[in-house]
Design a protein around this ligand. Structure first.
Ligand SMILES: [Zn+2]
Length: 481
C-alpha cells in the first residue's frame, strides 16, 4: 500500500466511526428523514456555494457523512445499496453558515436596569436547523454554561440543531447597560476574561460597545495567543482603530461604525445618535470612504452583515411575517408587535432609514473591493428577527437592499462564512471530501433568493432533517423556551 492509500483508508476509518457513533435520541429521530450510509441525489439543480452558475441534471453522492462525488447525471456511477433520491429539478445547495446568531431573544423588561434577554435552548437550535443553517457562530453569550450544554446535546444527537461555533460571553469595557455582561475595568481584566472562557471551551470571542482601545488590544492579543478569533460590535473604538489593532472581524456591516461620527473623541463614545446621523449623511462614493474600506481589507478585517435586525428599526420594514408570528409565544408576539408599532409610527425617512440605505450599499462596495463579507441574523432588536426566519430575511436583504446577485448572496451565506470560521476545508461549499451539509430546496434560489424559504430537507453531516417538522415542533413556543 502506498502512503496515500494508507492515509485514505485511515481517513475513511475515522469518518465511518465518527458517523456511526451518533446515537440519535427518539426525540431527534422524529425529525430525521434520511440516515443512510450512502445517498445519491440525482437530477438536481446544483448551486455549489462558490458563486458559479447553477447547473441542472447533477448528481451528488454522499457517503458516511461526506460528499464523495458530484457531476452530470449521465456520468454518475450509482453505488450498490445506495438510497437514491430523485430531486426532479429541485435545487441542492450547501447548508448555511451563519455568523451572528444567538441562543437568546429580546423580551419585555419591567425595569430598564435589568434589560431582559431570554435564552431559548429548546426552540432556537431547531429554528436554525429548520431554515437550513447547518453551522452557526453564537456571536456573544448571555448564558455560557447553557450554550455549552446546547452544543454538547446537539453533538450527541440528544436534540436537533446546527453545528455550533461557540462565542464566549461578551467582552465589555468599564461599564455596561446589560446586566448579563461582566465589566472589565482594565486591559488585564479583559485578557483574564478571555483566558477564563477559552478554558471553559469557548472558541471565539466578541468585544462589545464599551471597550476602549487598550482593553480591546489586550483581548485581541489574548485570543490570538490561543489562535482564536475575535469579532466585535464596537462603539468607543472605531472600525479603523480596531483593524489597526488586529481585529479579525466586525459585526453589523457598517451600521456600528463610529468612524464618521462628528465630534467623536478617541477612546470615548460618540454623542447619542451621532454615528447614525453621520451615516445618514455619508456620501459613500467618495475616495475617503473607499480608502477607509481599503484599510479594513488590507488589515484582513472581515465584516458580518446583519441587515435583518436593522430593518426592524426602519419605518420601511415590511411588517410581520405570518409564519414567524405564529411561531412566537404570546408574550414574545406582544413584545414584538408593540415595538413594531412604535418603529413604524415615525415619519420617514428617518436618519435611521437613511443610514440603513447607505450602510447596506457599503457592504457591496466592501465585497467588490475584495473584503470578506459574511452574514448573520442577530435575533434580538425589536424581537421580530427570529432564528430561522431571520436567517432567510438577512440573506434576502443582501439582494434587496445591498444589491448583490442571488448567487453572491448564497456565497456570502455559505462559502464566506466557512472561510471566516476557518472551516472552509470541511464545509461551506459542495465539493468532494467536504461534509455533507446540504439543503434540498423546492425552487431556484440562484434566480429568486426568496426561494431559500422553500427548504424541504436539511442534511447535516449526511443526516437529512425534515424542515417542516422542525418548524412545527416549536410553533407557538418561541420565546417561551
Ligand atoms: Zn448580536
Amino acid at each position: 500500500m502506498n502512503k496515500r492509500l494508507i492515509t485514505l483508508s485511515i481517513l475513511c476509518f475515522f469518518t465511518t466511526v465518527v458517523f456511526s457513533q451518533i446515537k440519535f435520541s427518539d426525540e431527534t429521530k422524529k425529525y430525521i428523514e434520511y440516515n443512510d450510509p450512502v445517498i445519491v441525489f440525482k437530477n438536481g439543480l446544483l448551486i455549489d456555494g462558490k458563486g458559479n452558475t447553477a447547473r441542472p441534471h447533477q448528481t451528488v453522492i454522499i457517503s458516511n457523512g461526506k460528499i464523495e462525488w458530484l457531476g452530470d447525471d449521465s456520468k454518475a456511477t450509482i453505488p450498490q445499496g445506495a438510497n437514491i433520491i430523485d430531486l426532479d429539478g429541485k435545487a441542492i445547495m450547501p447548508g448555511l453558515v451563519m455568523l451572528h446568531e444567538h441562543m437568546y431573544i429580546s423580551a419585555h423588561s419591567i425595569e430598564p436596569r435589568y434589560l431582559n434577554l431570554r435564552q431559548l435552548p429548546f426552540s432556537f437550535p431547531r429554528l436554525y436547523l429548520a431554515a437550513g443553517a447547518t453551522t452557526i457562530r453564537t456571536c456573544g453569550s448571555i448564558e455560557p454554561y447553557s450554550d455549552l450544554r446546547i452544543k454538547k446535546d446537539i453533538d450527541l444527537g440528544i436534540f436537533p440543531g446546527p453545528n455550533m461555533e461557540l462565542t464566549a460571553p461578551y467582552i465589555e469595557g468599564k461599564s455596561t447597560r446589560f446586566p448579563q455582561m461582566n465589566e472589565n475595568k482594565t486591559p488585564a481584566d479583559a485578557a483574564a476574561f478571555v483566558n477564563y472562557w477559552a478554558g471553559q471551551g469557548f472558541t471565539s470571542f466578541k468585544a462589545y460597545m464599551g471597550v476602549d482601545q487598550p482593553t480591546l488590544k489586550a483581548a485581541i492579543d489574548a485570543a490570538h495567543k490561543r489562535k482564536l478569533k475575535i469579532t466585535g460590535h464596537l462603539d468607543i473604538v472605531t472600525y479603523k482603530e480596531a483593524a489597526a489593532l488586529g481585529m479579525d472581524n466586525l459585526e453589523h456591516g457598517f451600521m456600528a461604525s463610529t468612524d464618521f461620527a462628528v465630534g467623536k473623541k478617541e477612546n470615548e463614545p460618540p454623542a447619542a445618535r451621532a454615528a447614525i446621523k453621520s451615516l445618514s449623511n455619508l456620501n459613500i462614493q467618495t475616495d475617503s470612504v473607499k480608502q477607509f474600506i481599503r484599510f479594513l481589507i488590507d488589515k484582513k478585517t472581515g465584516i458580518t452583515s446583519s441587515l435583518a435586525v436593522f430593518e426592524g428599526a426602519t419605518t420601511t420594514q415590511p411588517g410581520p411575517v405570518a409564519d414567524a408570528i405564529n411561531a412566537m409565544s404570546p408574550d414574545t408576539r406582544d413584545f414584538y408587535l408593540q415595538r413594531l408599532v412604535s418603529a413604524k409610527s415615525a415619519t420617514g425617512p428617518t436618519d435611521y432609514d437613511k443610514a440603513f440605505a447607505r450602510a447596506d450599499k457599503m457592504e457591496k462596495i466592501f465585497y467588490d473591493m475584495g473584503g470578506l463579507l459574511t452574514v448573520g441574523t442577530d435575533p434580538t432588536g425589536n424581537g421580530g428577527t427570529l432564528a430561522g426566519y431571520g436567517n432567510w430575511r438577512a440573506i434576502e436583504l443582501l439582494v434587496e437592499a445591498a444589491g448583490f446577485t442571488p448567487l453572491e448572496a448564497i456565497k456570502i451565506a455559505t462559502c464566506n462564512g466557512s472561510i471566516a470560521l476557518g472551516f472552509d476545508k470541511t464545509t461551506g461549499t459542495i465539493e468532494t471530501g467536504k461534509s455533507a451539509d446540504l439543503l434540498i430546496i423546492d425552487g431556484d434560489p440562484s434566480k429568486n433568493i426568496s426561494d431559500i424559504r422553500k427548504v424541504l430537507f436539511v442534511f447535516k453531516n449526511g443526516v437529512g432533517y425534515n424542515s417542516k417538522k422542525l418548524f412545527d415542533s416549536v410553533k407557538g413556543k418561541v420565546g417561551f423556551n
